[in-house]
Design a protein around this ligand. Structure first.
Ligand SMILES: CC(C)(COP(=O)(O)OP(=O)(O)OC[C@H]1O[C@@H](n2cnc3c(N)ncnc32)[C@H](O)[C@@H]1OP(=O)(O)O)[C@@H](O)C(=O)NCCC(=O)NCCS
Length: 212
């Protein structure tokens, strides 16, 4: 398999959205909104286009990763600029072949070269711990409700990047999407049934799990 990672270009937009839709559909809740988030993200002020990557296998797009600006806000209201990835996705038929790993590793490397301080992301620890991400508690970074969740993962991008920095994680408002907007956008794709899947139970449990 010939693998290539490159920045996303306008000609890729629709295919990338189709893959995002396939990868997330019914995975965490009935339906999916990531394809719409990706669509909306590209014209949002928090979008970091230099860090929007797609991966090709034998010249076909099979996945992508997207980054937006985020921040850590301290108790005394100081803001520290961070970045966050998500969604990241690989076409279901290409899972567990190391492609997700290529994308995440490549984008972290470019983010380091660009001088960013740290990456905050939300997800399953087993997806991101292999890259060195640790739960927010380790760095004293909580969600805005002050709680340390297992799903908030933090990676400093250089030595001492988070020394003396702690507070609350804030993500871009691009992720706040209304169901009506998503449904309207989704109608431009072939119809797909929204339904229950077992993976939704794991997700329900995971989102509220505290790091204690
Ligand atoms: C998450 C995702 C991008 C991973 O891509 P992938 O190409 O399948 O992952 P890789 O083959 O590169 O796996 C890299 C490592 O991550 C971990 N990992 C990935 N998927 C995993 C899973 N389902 N369960 C446990 N560990 C997993 C493993 O450590 C894996 O290494 P290994 O295969 O040597 O054990 C892909 O599964 C996907 O698109 N999922 C649906 C969308 C999603 O949930 N995205 C993440 C939330 S934004």
């Amino acid at each position: 398999m010939k693998i290539k990672i490159r920045n996303e270009e306008p000609k890729d937009y629709r295919r990338v959205e189709e893959i995002a839709r396939e990868a997330f559909w019914n995975l965490y809740f009935p339906g999916g909104h990531e394809h719409y988030v990706v669509h909306k993200m590209r014209s949002h002020p928090d979008f970091i286009k230099e860090l929007a990557f797609i991966i090709e296998a034998d010249d076909e797009i099979v996945g992508g990763i997207f980054y937006t600006n985020s921040k850590i806000v301290s108790e005394d209201n100081k803001e520290f600029k961070t970045i966050s990835f998500g969604p990241v996705f690989i076409s279901p038929e290409f899972h567990r072949k190391g492609l997700g790993k290529e994308l995440v590793t490549h984008s972290i490397q470019v983010a380091k070269e660009m001088g960013y301080r740290a990456i905050l992301t939300l997800g399953y620890p087993y997806h991101y711990e292999p890259y060195g991400f640790l739960g927010g508690r380790k760095y004293n970074v909580s969600m805005s409700d002050g709680k340390f969740y297992k799903g908030l993962l933090v990676l400093p991008l250089y030595e001492g990047a988070l020394d003396g920095i702690f507070g609350y994680a804030y993500f871009s408002d691009v992720f706040d999407v209304k169901e009506e907007e998503v449904d309207k956008f989704d109608k431009s794709f072939p119809s797909k049934e929204k339904k229950y899947q077992k993976s939704q139970d794991e997700y329900e449990i995971a989102v509220s799990m505290l790091d204690e």
